[in-house]
Design a protein around this ligand. Structure first.
Ligand code: PEP
Ligand code: MN
Length: 339
C-alpha cells in the first residue's frame, strides 16, 4: 500500500498517519521522492475499512492498494525524471549521455590502467570493471575480489573516473560500497531480494541490470525493493534477455526503453555488450539504444581481447570505443532536437 502525503501536511498530521498504521500491526516507511512524499505500508493491509479510515486523515492525499505493483518507481509518485549523480555525471539528465566503459573484469593493475587510459581519452567519465565476477562455470576466472576493488580505487584517483562495479552478495556489497561510486547488481541477482534490500540501505547509487528472463513488471518491482528501503538513486539497465535464438548471446529488448521512460521516472541505460556477445554488433546496438531514448550505454572494452580472462569476444577495441563515442554523441544531439 502506498499513501501519498499532502505536500503541506504538518508533522503532527503525518505522525497520526504513522500511528494509525502501526496500530494495525503494520510498518510505515516514509519515502521522499523528488517532488513528493509518501508512506509505504509493509504488511498485509487490504481491508477496505482500514483504507477508508486512512483516507479521512488530513495528511493523506491518496491511498493506492495494488498487490504485485510498483509505486515508488512510477511516474505517479514522481512525475519528473530522476537524475542520478555519479561522480561528475548526471545519469538521466536530458542533456547528458552517460557512457560507462571498461573491461568485463579487473584482471591486473596493468590491464585495468591500460583500458582506463583509453576510456579517459574518449572523454568518458564512468569506468566499469568487475572485481567479483558471476561466472557460469566455477572453474573460470572469478575476479580478483578486494584486490580488484583496490585497483579500481586507484583508477579513480589516477584518471578521475567514477567507478561502477558489481556486488555479487551481501558481503561483497559492503566492500563495493566502500570502494566504488556506483554499485552494480547483476542480471543473475535481479531478484536476490535480500541483496536488493541491502542495496536500498546504501547511500551509493545502484545500477540494476534486468534479469535474463525478467518481465518488465518484475524489473520495476526489483527497483521498487531498493527505493522502498530509502535509496532513490537507481539506474535501470537493459542487457538482453534469453530467447530461442542462438545467433547472439541474448536478445536485446529495446522496447523496454521507451516503455520504462513512460512508466517510470528512473533512468534507463542499455548494455549492448552482454546483450549480443559479439564485438561487431556492439556499435550498431549502442546506436539503436541511444536512438530509442536510452540515457546511456555500458560497454566492455579490452586492449588485448584475445587474452581477456572473460568476455573477450564482446570487448570493443580501443579505436572502436572512440568511434562509438563520436557516433553516440551525434545521435544523442539529434534525439534531443526531435523530442
Ligand atoms: C557485467 O556487467 O559484468 C555482467 C556480468 O553483466 P550481466 O549481469 O548483465 O550478465
Ligand atoms: Mn562481461
Amino acid at each position: 500500500m502506498l499513501i501519498a502525503i499532502h505536500p503541506k501536511a504538518s508533522d503532527k498530521d503525518l505522525a497520526n498517519v504513522v500511528q494509525a498504521i502501526e496500530k494495525m500491526g503494520l510498518t510505515a516507511q516514509l519515502v521522499l521522492g523528488n517532488d513528493r512524499m509518501a508512506i509505504v505500508v509493509k504488511g498485509d493491509a487490504k481491508t477496505e475499512e482500514f483504507v477508508k479510515s486512512l483516507e479521512l486523515l488530513p495528511a493523506v492525499a491518496e491511498v493506492t492498494v495494488a498487490e504485485q505493483q510498483w509505486y515508488l518507481v512510477g511516474r505517479k509518485f514522481c512525475s519528473s525524471d530522476t537524475v542520478v549523480q555519479v561522480g561528475q555525471s548526471r545519469i538521466g539528465s536530458r542533456h547528458e549521455l552517460a557512457i560507462i566503459a571498461g573491461p568485463c573484469a579487473v584482471e591486473s593493475a596493468e590491464q585495468t590502467f591500460a583500458v582506463a587510459d583509453v576510456v579517459a581519452a574518449c572523454g568518458i567519465k564512468l569506468f566499469r570493471g568487475g572485481a567479483y565476477k558471476p561466472r557460469t562455470s566455477p572453474y573460470t576466472f572469478q575476479g580478483l575480489g578486494l584486490e580488484g576493488l583496490r585497483i579500481l580505487a586507484e583508477v579513480r584517483s589516477r584518471y578521475g573516473l567514477a567507478i561502477v562495479t558489481e556486488a555479487m552478495d551481501e558481503e561483497s556489497l559492503e566492500l563495493v560500497d566502500e570502494h566504488a561510486d556506483m554499485i552494480q547488481i547483476g542480471a543473475r541477482n535481479m531478484q536476490n531480494f535480500s541483496l536488493l534490500k541491502k542495496a536500498g540501505r546504501s547511500s551509493k547509487p545502484i545500477l540494476l541490470k534486468r534479469g535474463m528472463s525478467a518481465t518488465l513488471d518484475e524489473f520495476l518491482l526489483a527497483a521498487e525493493y531498493i527505493l522502498a528501503e530509502g535509496n532513490p538513486n537507481v539506474v535501470l539497465c537493459e542487457r538482453g534477455i534469453r530467447t530461442f535464438v542462438n545467433h547472439s548471446r541474448n536478445t536485446l529488448d529495446l522496447s523496454v526503453v521507451p516503455l520504462i521512460r513512460r512508466l517510470s521516472h528512473l533512468p534507463i541505460i542499455v548494455d549492448p555488450s552482454h546483450a549480443c556477445g559479439i564485438r561487431e554488433l556492439v556499435l550498431p546496438l549502442a546506436r539503436a539504444s541511444v536512438a530509442v531514448g536510452a540515457s546511456g550505454v555500458m560497454v566492455e572494452v579490452h586492449c588485448n581481447p584475445q587474452e581477456a580472462l572473460s568476455d573477450g569476444q564482446q570487448a570493443l577495441l580501443p579505436e572502436m570505443l572512440a568511434q562509438m563515442c563520436t557516433q553516440l554523441r551525434a545521435i544523442h544531439s539529434a534525439v534531443l532536437e526531435k523530442t
